[in-house]
Structures are given as C-alpha cells and as structure tokens.
Design a protein around this ligand. Structure first.
Ligand code: S3P
Length: 177
C-alpha cells in the first residue's frame, strides 16, 4: 500500500522545521508545522498553552492535531518533539505517513535551542536546560527509535544536505508523484 505523507519526528532542535520546509519545497508538497496548527486551534502560543492550560491539555491538542492531519495528501509534517510520548499519536501518524527521525547529540541540540531562544520551549525553561535535554532524551530515545521508519543524524550538516540524504533514501512505497 502506498504512503502519501511524511512526518518528521525527533527531539527539539534536531531541525524538523527547517528540513521539513525544504523537503516540502523539493517535493512540491504542502508543509505543515504541527505546533503552528495547534496554536491556531487553541488561539494561543505554545508557551501560553503550557502556562495557562498545562502540559496535559497541550498533549490532548497534539493528539487532536495528529487525527486531523491524517486527512492530508502529499504533506510534509513537522511534529513537536514530544509527539512520541503517546503511543496513540504514533499509531495515528504511522497509519498515514512515513516517519523520519532526525537526531543530534545533546550538545548540538542545546546550542541550536539557545540560538532559537529557550523561551519558545516551555519544557526547557529551566535553570539547567542541558540537564533537562539529557533527562528527556533518555526517556524518549527508545520511543523515537521504535516509531521511526528511518533515521538521519543531522549533526554538523545543513538542511540542504540532510534533505538530499532523505530524498536519496525514500523507499518506493512513499508515493511522491
Ligand atoms: C515539545 C516540543 C516542542 C513543542 C512543545 C513540546 C516537546 O516542539 O511541541 O514545546 O515535548 O519536546 P519542537 O520539537 O518543534 O520544539
């Protein structure tokens, strides 16, 4: 059976958004950022959803977004780093998309997030974000690896190089035309 969508999964700061945007451009597919989609349904920014409604509410919205996006055709979807923490989300995503995992070492994740501004990531708005990255990665790594169809290490590579690697390795059942 053919698969008509791609979801990028991986920890915060692994390049899901920048690579997703570029991959969608190269395939002439739609690009969807799951966090932006959630912000639209909630009418609030991600940090505000966490602050005003709490993480469990955010996770419910994330599951709702996975279900809604299952209707897409030829979309590259960049997911939030915590989407794999609910097995239900993984099942939904795997039902309609090819799951690509992007990885990076903790030090590189830390550097990229600090460049972006850690206030955009409520989970890392802590006294010691590096410790929190390592703690969350230890919990999530097996979840990412189990969910993914394929994985790419992004360390020291620019989005252009990563997207070329992805395109060279797409299996035939991902129907790009
Ligand atoms: C989260 C990652 C964020 C966002 C939210 C929670 C997580 O997305 O969904 O802050 O649990 O790892 P990015 O991975 O795009 O930063």
């Amino acid at each position: 059976m053919g698969i008509y969508n791609i979801v990028l999964i991986g920890f915060m700061g692994t390049g899901k958004s920048s690579c997703g945007k570029l991959l969608a451009q190269r395939l002439h597919w739609e690009f969807v950022e799951m966090d932006k989609y959630i912000e639209q349904i909630a009418g609030l920014s991600i940090p505000d959803i966490f602050a005003m409604r709490g993480e469990p509410h955010f996770r419910d919205l994330e599951t709702q977004a996975c279900r809604a996006l299952a209707k897409k055709y030829h979309a590259v979807i960049s997911s939030g780093g915590g989407v794999v923490t609910r097995n239900e989300n993984v099942q939904i995503l795997r039902s309609f998309a090819y799951l690509i995992l992007l990885t990076a070492p903790p030090a590189e994740i830390y550097r990229r997030i600090m460049q972006d501004g850690k206030e955009k990531r409520p989970l890392l708005a802590k006294a010691n974000p590096m410790q929190e990255i390592e703690r969350l990665l230890a919990i999530r790594e097996p979840l990412y690896y189990n969910a993914a169809d394929i994985r790419f290490d992004t360390s020291g590579k620019d989005p252009d190089t990563i997207v070329s690697e992805i395109l060279q390795n797409l299996p035939k059942h991902v129907e790009i035309m």
